[in-house]
Design a binder for this molecule. Structure first.
Ligand code: XCC
Ligand code: SF4
Length: 627
């Protein structure tokens, strides 16, 4: 049965989403919301983390306090919950870090002159990062430095004596704390593998021990795999600087060939961008009756292109099927992560084709055109030609582009923030000390059909900026803020008087787009810089994090590395740990005594804001700053 207007408005706050949900229904496209409904009621054992299928004596479902309080092997609820949580963190860390490894292999190929598809665009950053990690660069050729950097970082994944290099960006007190807890991450792959080992039947049964290792896994992501992904993407594709662009489904063009890139890594999408900008291809599109070729992004590979190249953003996680339902998309080119298999039946309703490009992520029903460092240029060319051919098949009567796009600013890398501040952190620190900016909040993560699409991201951001808290956004959260107009300098009028005066002086928005999900490492790095400058630990800073609508295992890893780095983090979706009181208490409270920060959970963005503001005020008081 078709949804009423009221029901549709309950699903998303976005006009483009609302209009497209209705069109999708009419066109017979099954969406994430339909499938979510069909899954109700969802398993309460799994929801609480109380089911285990780690071995073939099971699966086991635990009812604590009842006869069935132990799994076949004898594992109790605390163990099972901690193990499940740990595996989630490992999967998330693996996803981010394996993405980082792909950038590393690309840098390695460039260094060995093994590719014509990629180059080093930011030589200054290459040298800076190499120096930071102890590589001598004087008198060396660029490619030699790149080679040495690639070799050094490749080691971070595997066998490494000592700790991950970028952890040196954390203040010394924090590193000492990690050492004393034995959670300073060693090799990136090693921590993930060790989690898989520990959670095998009959290995680590102690929930505290499991959680501490989970923290170490997450730190190897935040200060390791993700940070490597960010820094190498900057070196290869350019460090972001402030750039204006547009966001929402209105970025699709009625009279142009529309290509969407979806996934996470910039490796494929950057190659596609080069082909899209090629004059011959534009001529070819014109010969096919189109006015040009329009490239837009979805999710994090979209964020990567938006941050560095100003490529418009069509939407976040829950918008991906709805983008196809516009009937205006020729090609969806994907790499990996967060690509719903539901896109395949959706695209089959139109002339749209989905192309998978990574040997790691194949989708039955999509065409697979594999990209590697050597063939990226030619493959991208092939795809653009394919999109132009598909444009001829577009049924104009079924096209609906629902709204006008919203302008947004992007490109706030730490380098760009420093530059906007005149080269040093001092003006930011002064603003924080005086209370003009009361604190900084990182808003990150996904959408989830459990929550009204974008509602928490936008409401929470508005509350925070109103209270003079500068918001840094990444991932799908960032897209939500952009769509709500919060990424324009004019949004300063929604900020409190202090933050608004800073924004006006610098001509920046009160919420800053700092990148994709791996770019949460930029926030960690910034926290490290500020803490070092003030001579305190990260846990002393007036900062807080939130993943208001998270869904992904990657978000669990992100949340945990923020907490393990000392940043209080508020989740808007309850993680699957409530089956263990011990694990839940530790996450929501006990961790504070261990790593100086913990999680909080609330589903109401106003309450989430209150929690974050109270935390920031508490930290200000401790630093003797005006509250
Ligand atoms: Fe995926 Fe990164 Fe989440 Fe969005 S925010 S749904 S992880 S695209 Ni990363
Ligand atoms: Fe059951 Fe233990 Fe096997 Fe898990 S590891 S499935 S709890 S027997």
């Amino acid at each position: 049965m078709a949804r009423s207007q009221e029901e549709i408005e309950e699903l998303s706050i976005c006009k483009d989403a609302q209009i497209m949900i209705e069109k999708a229904e009419k066109d017979g496209v099954v969406t994430v919301w339909d499938r979510f409904k069909a899954q109700q009621p969802q398993c309460t054992f799994c929801k609480q983390g109380l089911s285990c299928r780690n071995c073939s004596m099971g699966p086991c479902r635990i009812l604590p306090g009842k006869e069935r309080s132990l799994g076949v092997c004898g594992a109790n609820a605390d163990t099972i919950v901690a193990r499940n949580f740990g595996r989630g963190v490992a999967a998330g860390a693996a996803a981010h870090s394996d993405h980082g490894r792909d950038l590393l292999e690309t840098l390695d190929a460039v260094a060995n002159s093994d590719t014509q598809s990629y180059e080093i665009r930011d030589v200054e950053k290459l040298i800076r990062i190499a120096n930071e990690l102890g590589i001598k660069t004087e008198g060396k050729e660029t490619l030699q430095i790149a080679k040495e950097l690639a070799d050094l970082l490749l080691e971070e994944f595997g066998i490494k004596k000592g700790n991950i290099g970028f952890t040196m960006r954390a203040p010394e007190v924090r590193r000492k704390l990690w050492d004393s807890l034995n959670i300073n991450p060693r090799g990136i792959d090693r921590e993930v593998v060790e989690m898989m080992h520990r959670t095998h039947m009959g290995v680590d049964q102690d929930p505290v021990s499991l959680l501490l290792h989970a923290a170490r896994v997450s730190l190897s992501d935040g200060w390791g795999g993700s940070m490597i992904a960010t820094e190498l993407s900057d070196i290869l594709f350019g460090t972001p600087k402030p750039v204006e662009s547009k966001v929402n489904l209105g970025v699709l063009k009625k009279d142009e060939v529309n290509i969407l890139v979806h996934g996470h890594s910039p490796i494929v999408s950057e190659a596609v961008l080069t082909a899209v900008r090629d004059k011959n291809n534009i001529e070819m599109a014109k010969a096919a009756g189109a006015n040009g070729i329009n490239l837009a992004g979805l999710c994090c590979t979209g964020n990567e292109l938006l941050m560095r190249q100003g490529i418009p953003m069509a939407g976040n996680h829950l918008m991906t099927e709805l983008a196809i339902a516009t009937g205006a998309v020729e090609l969806v080119i994907v790499d990996y992560q967060c690509i719903m298999p539901g896109l395949i039946p959706a695209m089959n309703c139109y002339h749209t084709k989905m192309i998978t490009t990574s040997p790691k992520a194949k989708f039955p029903g999509a065409e697979h055109i594999e990209f590697n460092v050597r063939n990226a240029r030619t493959q991208a060319q092939k795809l653009v030609e394919m999109a132009i051919e598909l444009y001829k098949k577009r049924d104009k009567n079924r096209v609906l582009i629902p709204v006008e796009p919203v302008p947004m600013m992007s490109g706030f890398s730490n380098e760009a923030i420093l530059q906007a501040l005149g080269g040093s952190l001092a003006p930011l620190l002064d603003a924080i000390k005086s209370g003009k900016i009361r604190g900084v909040a990182g808003l990150v993560g996904c959408n989830n059909p459990r929550r009204k699409h974008d509602y928490c991201h936008v409401t929470l951001t508005k509350e925070l900026i109103k209270n003079d808290i500068l918001v840094l956004g990444t991932g799908c959260s960032a897209v939500a803020m952009g769509k709500a107009g919060l990424y324009m300098p004019e949004a300063a009028s929604l900020a409190g008087p202090g933050l608004s005066s800073v924004c006006k002086a610098l001509n920046i928005p009160p919420a800053l787009h700092v990148g994709s999900c791996v770019d949460n490492s930029r926030i960690l790095h910034l926290c490290g810089l500020v803490a070092k400058e003030l001579g305190v630990d990260i846990s002393d800073l007036p900062v807080a994090g939130s993943a208001p609508e998270w869904y992904s295992e990657k978000a669990i890893s992100i949340g945990l590395y923020f907490v393990a780095s000392g940043v209080y983090t508020v989740l808007g979706v309850t993680p699957n740990i409530t089956g263990s009181k011990l694990v839940t208490d530790l996450a929501l409270d006990g961790l504070t005594n261990v790593v100086g920060a913990c999680f909080a959970v609330d589903t109401d963005p106003h309450k989430m804001a209150e929690l974050m503001i109270n935390h920031i005020n508490k930290k200000r008081k401790k630093l003797n700053l005006p509250v």
